[in-house]
Design a protein around this ligand. Structure first.
Ligand SMILES: Nc1ncnc2c1ncn2[C@@H]1O[C@H](COP(=O)(O)OP(=O)(O)OP(=O)(O)O)[C@@H](O)[C@H]1O
Ligand SMILES: [Mg+2]
Length: 372
């Protein structure tokens, strides 16, 4: 039969938290195995000694003071502390100390339990960081939306307004001159047709800037071809695209949009910050993962500094990749060019992505059925 002492010890040694018992002078009477592991000493070095002899002097003094406070006040104390763990790396502990009383109610010592809460603390810190990032991102999205509205309103006003105003004037003229010579009327009609063409072009341009129809209609390959070609033309900067056309069929609309926007932001960054002489966009599908790379030979950057900056283009790209279960990394150094690499698990297009096609086929397939 085990004695009570052995039973107590078995229980104590089976709890993962550090546990100890001390007398009123703060001398250790009993400690469990988790305690030995945490302080990296043997039982013989601990029992009978005070904390300042067991722990590094700084922590030992703190423990001595809290023990005294518990003995003097008779009140339980609970606090969180950060100190180096057995391997020297910083860890967090949730510690409770309380008085032990004899039958008459007199304090005869203290008992303590200390729980390692490092993982929880890390998760809390990561959560706070990601909340802060989300707040930044949502503020950024608001700003972007306002900027987009301003740009759209300016383009509608300056471009469409101009062409439609011209059309109205031309129609007024024709209306006011019903008896004008046919040649004059014909010249005016030609001018009005020209204005209508310009208006149609402007509508196409504004719509394509908002969301390139080619992405929805012809898929990612065609959309990236359009993007890299118009980028090269607009910035006078050679921009290659290496991408097997077949990849398009393996990506649903969300993946395609994310990749398109990531490439778009990377190209904007390259021309805005890198001043490269060449940009290369490549996209490949391996083992169900879509690998995207946008590399420029520009002046590069200090990635640590860029990661801590307040700008949000890079953060937006990272969020897009993470939201789809992917990964984002940036390889760069001053004078070494920049390479953005993204991996996104490929997701095959769903029915919703091909809704138009499906509805046409289903109509054709069901025409002979009784309900039709
Ligand atoms: N291709 C690149 N070459 C050199 N520096 C770059 C490149 N891409 C990004 N950077 C650096 O990283 C910083 C952060 O880029 P990010 O896209 O997040 O912000 P931004 O382009 O300055 O502003 P925005 O929020 O409008 O995108 C940039 O300010 C720039 O200093
Ligand atoms: Mg940017």
């Amino acid at each position: 039969m085990e004695t009570h002492g052995e039973l107590h010890r078995a229980i104590l040694n089976n709890i993962p938290d550090q546990a100890w018992l001390k007398d009123t002078e703060s001398r250790y009477i009993l400690v469990n195995e988790a305690f030995l592991v945490a302080c990296g000493r043997t039982e013989a070095e601990i029992i009978g000694n005070t904390p300042d002899k067991v722990w590094s002097s700084e922590w030992g003094k703190v423990y001595l003071a809290t023990d005294r406070a518990v003995v003097a006040s008779g009140v339980r104390r609970r606090y969180e502390e950060s100190r180096p763990g057995a391997d020297g790396t910083p860890r967090w502990f949730d510690t409770v100390k309380m008085p032990v009383r004899d039958a008459a109610g007199g304090i005869v010592g203290t008992v303590g339990i200390s729980r390692d809460i490092t993982d929880r603390k890390r998760a809390e810190t990561a959560l706070l960081d990601s909340r802060a990032q989300l707040r930044q991102l949502s503020a950024y999205l608001q700003t972007v939306r306002e900027a987009e509205r301003t740009r759209l309103s300016r383009e509608l006003h300056d471009e469409l307004g101009q062409w439609l105003g011209g059309l109205r004037l031309g129609l007024n003229y024709l209306d006011a001159q019903p008896g004008a010579a046919p040649a004059d009327q014909s010249a005016h009609l030609q001018m009005l047709k020209h204005l209508v063409d310009e208006t149609i072009d402007a509508v196409h341009r504004i719509a394509a800037d908002l969301r390139p129809a080619v992405l929805d209609e012809l898929g990612l390959h065609a959309a990236l071809e359009w993007l890299t070609e118009s980028f090269a033309q607009h910035h006078g900067l050679p921009c290659d695209l290496a991408m097997p056309e077949a990849v398009t069929a393996s990506l649903d609309s969300e993946c395609s949009t994310a990749i398109f926007r990531i490439v778009q932001e990377s190209l904007t960054n390259a021309s805005r910050h890198g001043q490269p002489s060449h940009v290369r966009v490549s996209l490949d599908l391996r083992d169900g993962i879509c690998h995207v790379s946008i590399a420029d030979d520009g002046r590069g950057m200090d990635t640590a500094r860029a990661a801590h900056g307040q700008r949000l283009g890079l953060m937006g790209m990272r969020e897009r990749a993470l939201m789809l279960g992917g990964a984002f990394e940036i390889e760069s150094a001053p004078g070494q060019g920049t390479r953005v690499r993204v991996r996104i698990p490929a997701r095959a297009p769903t029915t919703a992505d091909t809704a138009n096609v499906v509805s046409v086929t289903s109509l054709t397939n069901t025409t002979n059925e009784t309900e039709w």
